[in-house]
Design a protein around this ligand. Structure first.
Ligand code: SF4
Length: 467
């Protein structure tokens, strides 16, 4: 991935200047967040299952070399091919080679953030291959020349009217903003693609080490069609996306859909074992699984390795007040929200170092994470790493120094407190500052800042013990 031309702050300003997009994002994310909350409230063993899921992810990653080897052996014994790709270049080159060798003209793709991460579509299209996204949201993103703004809901930023206009312009159909009509248009268009595609490409939600099975989870059935109808299926899997056993898979599936959309299970949970065998009537003639590193092995074994537990449910995006305000595009990365703010700098480098600041550290992301990743803790570690490099702006470093000196000295602290109380009394409006000065004004541009209480806890304590 390369950084976009605009700076992070410019992208945020653009997002905040688009109230229609902001409304669509906040409404969509909040609805998913509420659906998740109801589904979890009805799930009797939620906390036990969550603990078990975390344990499964921790165990898998602590013996990843063992489970990867077991998975690859089992895939090959089922008749599949395994390719180990160090980075995006190796992965794209391998898939291009298969396509060229097999005279592939048309690729039907299921939604995969990993293939977005490595720009696989662009790479295949540059070789003259027609690639069609078959997930409804991804198809709309592709038609409109846009980028997905959410890891599970690619068009969270769009309204129905905008989708209707895209269809009218790109598919030459009458305008409609009725979801059923729009779905029918896509269904008719997609049937041909599924039947004609030479190659299907998908991501992998989970690989099962003990059997070499792949689990693909979709709500539209397109994952099933692209992995069974074309003669070749290529599945691109992040090297961390394994579970040891089928029983472990069942634990993860109980949490994935509930966390993502509030469903008990996604509509289609496909477990695929190798290519078509002689006595079978459907399935691909060839199955290729590309196991992609692309920076993940550098995270393993570090103090930030917990981020690799992530199962890409999107719950932390839906819970995040910052994501509600700025949406996914402002992050400038395929991975947005709290998970993206940790993952992007680790996978894509220093151009994404500001992302960990896109958090209020309210902890909502950790609360909803089905594998209990300490996202606020990881964001703080990344901020500390950046601050240790001495790259924070001068005003911030100076402010931190003044804060440290003041809070370590009781006389200075008392003086600062009384000054703050005086300023609050004079300038605050009903307990709130609506406009902060200098570099702090960014804070009050979107919300008010609380004034200092007129009596500190200690002052109240002293007063009550004297009284
Ligand atoms: S970090 Fe947790 S909540 Fe966020 S996408 Fe990953 S698994 Fe879901």
């Amino acid at each position: 991935m390369t950084a976009t031309e605009l700076s992070f702050y410019d992208r945020i300003s653009d997002a905040l200047a688009n109230p229609e997009g902001q409304l669509a994002i906040a409404a969509g994310a909040r609805a998913k967040h509420m659906n998740r909350a109801s589904a979890m409230a009805e799930f009797p063993n939620m906390e036990i299952t969550r603990e078990r899921a975390r344990h499964i992810r921790a165990r898998t990653l602590s013996q990843l070399d063992y489970f990867l080897a077991q998975f690859a052996d089992n895939v090959e014994s089922l008749g599949g091919h395994v390719f180990w790709a160090k980075d995006a270049k190796e992965c794209n080159r391998y898939i291009n080679e298969i396509a060229r060798a097999q005279d592939v003209q048309l690729v039907a793709k299921a939604k995969s953030m990993l293939t977005e991460e490595i720009s696989l579509n662009e790479s295949l299209q540059a070789s003259g291959i027609n690639v069609v996204e078959t997930d409804l949201g991804e198809f709309i993103v592709q038609l409109s020349g846009d980028k997905p703004s959410h890891i599970i809901a690619p068009i969270l930023h769009m309204t129905r009217q905008q989708v209707g206009n895209v269809f009218k312009e790109k598919l030459n159909v009458p305008f409609s903003d009725d979801p059923a009509t729009l779905n029918a248009v896509v269904r008719a268009h997609m049937r041909e693609i599924f039947l004609k595609a030479d190659m299907g490409i998908s991501g992998v939600n989970f690989g099962v080490a003990e059997s070499g099975a792949l689990c693909l989870v979709t709500n539209e059935g397109n994952g099933r069609l692209i992995s069974t109808t074309p003669r070749i299926h290529v599945a691109v899997m992040g090297m961390e996306r394994l579970v040891p056993t089928l029983v472990d898979l069942s634990t993860m599936l109980q949490l994935l859909a509930r966390s993502a959309t509030g469903q008990k299970l996604s509509v289609y949970s496909n477990v695929l074992c190798g290519p078509r065998r002689e006595n079978e009537s459907d399935g691909p003639e060839e199955l290729h699984i590309v196991i992609l590193d692309n920076g993940r092995s550098q995270i393993l074994g570090t103090s930030l390795a917990e981020i690799l537990y992530c199962i890409r449910c999107g719950a932390c995006l839906n819970a995040c007040p910052v994501f509600h305000s700025i949406g996914g595009h402002a992050y400038g990365s395929v991975y947005s929200g709290p998970v993206g703010s940790v993952l992007s700098p680790l996978l894509f480098g220093d151009s994404w170092n500001l992302l960990p600041h896109a958090s209020t550290l309210c902890g909502a992301c950790k609360e909803v994470c089905p594998v209990d990743i300490d996202l606020p803790g990881l964001l703080l570690k990344l901020r500390a790493k950046e601050s240790e490099k001495g790259e924070s702006p001068l005003w911030m470093r100076l402010g931190q120094w003044i804060y440290a000196v003041t809070t370590c000295n009781p006389i200075l602290f008392g003086l600062a407190l009384r000054t703050g109380q005086l300023i609050s009394r004079i300038l605050a409006n009903e307990g709130w500052f609506t406009k902060l000065p200098g570099p702090l004004q960014g804070w009050s541009a979107q919300r008010d800042f609380p004034a200092l209480a007129q009596s500190s806890f200690r002052q109240m304590w002293d007063k009550s013990s004297k009284g």
